[in-house]
Design a protein around this ligand. Sequence first.
Ligand code: GLC
Ligand code: CA
Length: 554
Amino acid sequence: MTKKWWHNKIAYQIYPKSFYDSNGDGIGDIPGIISKLDYLQDLGVDIIWLSPCYQSPLADQGYDISDYYNIDPRFGTMEDMDRLIAEAKKRHMYILMDLVVNHCSDEHEWFRKACEDPDGKYGSFFYLRDKKEGELPTNWRSYFGGPAWEDLPGTNKQYLHVFHKKQPDLNWENPTLREEVYKNINWWLDKGLGGFRIDAIMNIKKAFPFRSYEPDREDGLAGIHNMLQEAKGIGEFLGEMRDRTFQKYDAFSVGEVFNEKPEEIPDFIGENGYFSSMFDFNEAICGQSPNGWYDASAVTPDDYKRACFEAQKRIGTIGFLSNIIENHDEPRGVSRYIPAGDCCNESKKMLAALNFLLRGLPFIYQGQELGMENTVFTSIEEVDDISTLDEYQVALNAGLKPEEALQAVAGHSRDNARTPMQWSDAANAGFTTGTPWLKVNPNYTSINAASQMEDPDSVRSFYKKLIALRKDPAYSETIVYGTLEPVWEDSHNLMAYYRKGEKTLLVIGNYQNMEREIVLPAMPKAVLLNNYPTLVVENGVITMRGYQVLVLEM
Ligand code: GLC
Ligand code: CA
């Protein structure tokens, strides 16, 4: 395998709106990010992925872009962005922007021009269909609820939006549109970006001709996945995009890829794949129900283990997954993957180690390094996220009472990850001197960066140890390139695996709040990491405490 500059890097996702507010308007911004670069460097981060900060009406928090060449004034200026790239470079860090090109905003100039002249150049940038009374072009349900078709203002046409109606889908079949996308990517790479995280990319290829599918809910609509699984030929677009953009710059690209077929994995992330890497969402989709969030089931330790190993086996050594326990679209991983009532520093560290040492690139989402948890919603009024609002409605439609519906969706809400970063125990968690755009998680007085930076036993200090281990020249080759082999795979509430390369490491997590004994296959040469101060070994048998995790050199 050809070695790449990004193979041994540690990535960190910033959600700009909630990271750090430098001017007291309650919204995180780019100068705020710049002022925290030293914090990230101290943690050991190399690559920073910024969720969108382009000009946007923020209908979907920036995933609805109205100008790909400008920074939204709420986040700062283009000078701020240039300064961020330069300041990162000084610290040997790379900035990734979010590439959102399945759709733009309905406030983008292209869309406005399409409304003015639907049969002209910009009309063909979108999927437009003639409007028929009492009938939609297809019965697709958008991801955020309701039909995926909306009237094109001022015309007798309708446009397709697989996400929100303020996010019209771009027509990738049109080569002129594709040229615009490549021009934009290269313009940013010329500025010195390290690369891109690529949003919702599996949606760019549609199945033609458009048709309706068997309804899957009482609304008579059918989920978008029905159409997507019939779509063929996405590789032509993705290969062209790679050749025209990322490849020329040796840029890093990580795709939000879902439902790729096993035989396509080498095309996606193998040598010269469409992307450098793609996220592993196998854990995130655990327990999902086709009926909606209200009907989802809790993820057990055994589910979590199975999901991780399944993803690892699928990819093997073809390429590198990007491993996450959470992102801006998911609840907090510690609240989701640790059984209710057991969320504590030990279990958080265990989850961190189990995830971080998998084969692939570790991504940390802001606040994950502090063990930030899901927030509490006392009313639906406190929810900002459009997806949660839709799922709340779905729960009500299914017959749940308002309090039950709130309860049922709260644990899944994307806002759990979007509450402001907890910097200190000062007012508003030290995130802003003004009023935060989204309520701070009330637990900031006990969970915050300032206190954890001083505490050698904090979750953050444990993340630093994990990062240091991955970068340690003695173990780096094994952790980055080594194979992964599950051990004791069928043992209940136990997740363990070997990483084998130049060295052999054994990672063992006792995924329960009870002790258990483990008979080691051999005496370890060294204990590289332990989330408890002590280790009890007698005659080759380890007594592991509840949620103890060990990294052993064998
Ligand atoms: C991706 C983003 C999500 C956004 C959606 C539409 O899934 O991660 O936040 O809502 O795409 O752009
Ligand atoms: Ca601000």
